[in-house]
Design a protein around this ligand. Structure first.
Ligand SMILES: O=NC(=O)[C@@H](O)[C@H](O)[C@H](O)CO
Ligand SMILES: [Co+2]
Length: 412
């Protein structure tokens, strides 16, 4: 079963997506998500110029060998661009193998370990009233777990809060897309850690008294705190029993989490911007986190993320795969197949794609009573309508960035 065609498809229905489509000599096709939000075209070039020529003529069945060949023959290892490109090839090959076997990919990974995947959605609000409405709206949509992001008094624009502009742009969809403003240069947002640290505990106190102790609540600090500030936040949120506190501090310095861990029992989730097991080695071995946040799309595909999660399982660490709308439906399907099969599944981030995206990508996963399931179509269960995709050409888009009041650039 030889790969005899490889196409890199860029489409921007509600946002930019990069998809690799492989076709074999017996007519099977496979899709892989290669979307790197805000830097999409870097992966397009990496795939089109440097990977596609190496794929043509290869045996599509040799997933592990292809992975090792692409990783080691590149010479330059790791990093988001390389690992997103390898991830797309890996997903497409698993898709093809599933179709060849007549089985959904989760069956090839060892079968289902649960009936469905607990998912969480993104509630947000500039103030408590708007936040409560958003939480209720997500509960009505069936979410059993909810991420809470809030405005901070004195800060005009902040991560994770649906703004009217984006609201209209997304045809009324709440904060269900990532803030890469298309056709615009990076949007400058503002930040003040002390105001944030004073405000967030009061928000969770209000949410707990309104919604009770049971509802699993998550929060994303989005890389903005120093280790001691992260320790303080984790400690101040302990009374509100969070499911997890995410990206408390930039984790290139993995040992920074030791300090946070010493001060708080609030569960920690890290890794949505990590790309290989080496990014996790210390924080898994020293049990400095509770959830691995990587998406299949940014971590070398199903093959590599399964290895990361199998390593994490030895330390009782679970998956919490990244699932914003900058992960395409193909990447989401791959995450669901992997999540359904592994023992140490934790939770799946699930933001609903826009209507146009659902036209471009025919998906067969189900979302029932707060649980996701990848479905039982052979392969990943997603098909891409290239005519529909062709209607939405690429539009350059950047993620926002932060500056402090004195103008210093800060982590976003
Ligand atoms: O937990 N989810 C997140 O942190 C996302 O909202 C990220 O900001 C975007 O995916 C970046 O493209
Ligand atoms: Co995050």
């Amino acid at each position: 079963m030889i790969i005899d065609r490889a196409e890199v498809i860029v489409t921007s229905p509600d946002r930019n997506f990069v998809t690799l489509k492989l076709t074999t000599d017996d007519g099977l096709t496979g899709l892989g998500d290669a979307t790197l939000n805000g830097r999409e075209m870097a992966v397009v070039a990496y795939l089109a110029e440097h990977v596609v020529p190496l794929l043509l003529g290869r045996d599509a069945h040799r997933i592990e060998d292809t992975w090792q060949f692409l990783y080691r023959s590149a010479y330059w290892r790791r990093g988001p661009v390389t690992m997103a490109a390898i991830a797309a090839v890996d997903m497409a090959l698993w898709d093809i193998k599933g179709k060849a076997a007549g089985m959904p990919v989760y069956q090839l990974l060892g079968g289902a370990s649960r009936t469905g995947l607990l998912a969480y959605g993104h509630a947000s609000g500039k103030d408590t009233e708007e936040l409560f409405d958003s939480i209720r709206a997500h509960q009505e949509q069936g979410y059993r777990a909810i991420r809470v992001q809030t405005g901070v008094p004195g800060l005009k624009s902040i991560y994770g809060i649906a703004s009217n502009a984006t609201f209209e742009a997304m045809e009324g969809v709440r904060y269900d897309h990532e803030p890469a403003q298309r056709g615009a240069l990076p949007n400058e947002e503002d930040w003040d850690t002390r105001s944030y640290l004073r405000h967030v505990p009061t928000v969770f106190e209000a949410v707990r008294s309104e919604f009770g102790p049971e509802l699993p609540l998550l929060h994303d600090a989005h890389h903005r705190l120093t280790p001691i500030q992260a320790a303080r936040l984790g400690k101040s949120l302990e009374p509100f029993d969070l499911f997890w506190l995410e990206d408390v501090t930039p984790a290139e310095n993995q040992e920074a989490l030791r300090l946070v861990r010493q001060h708080t029992t609030t569960p920690l989730a890290i890794g949505e911007i990590f790309n290989t097991v080496w990014d996790y080695q210390q924080i898994i071995r020293e049990q400095l986190i509770d959830y691995v946040r990587s998406a299949v799309t940014h971590t070398g595909g199903i093959t590599h993320l399964k290895k990361v999660l199998d390593y994490a399982a030895q330390y009782q660490i679970k998956s919490g795969m990244h699932g914003p709308t900058d992960i395409s439906p193909v990447g989401m399907a791959a995450a669901m197949h992997l999540g359904l099969s592994i023992h140490n599944f934790g939770i799946q981030e699930y933001m609903r794609h826009g209507a146009k995206t659902d036209q471009v990508f025919q998906q067969s996963f189900t979302w029932t009573d707060g649980l996701l399931h990848p479905g039982d179509q052979p392969g990943l269960g997603v098909e891409l309508d290239t005519d529909e995709a062709g209607k939405y050409p690429y539009v350059q888009a950047y993620l926002p960035y932060n500056r402090l009041a004195d103008g210093t650039v800060h982590d976003w």
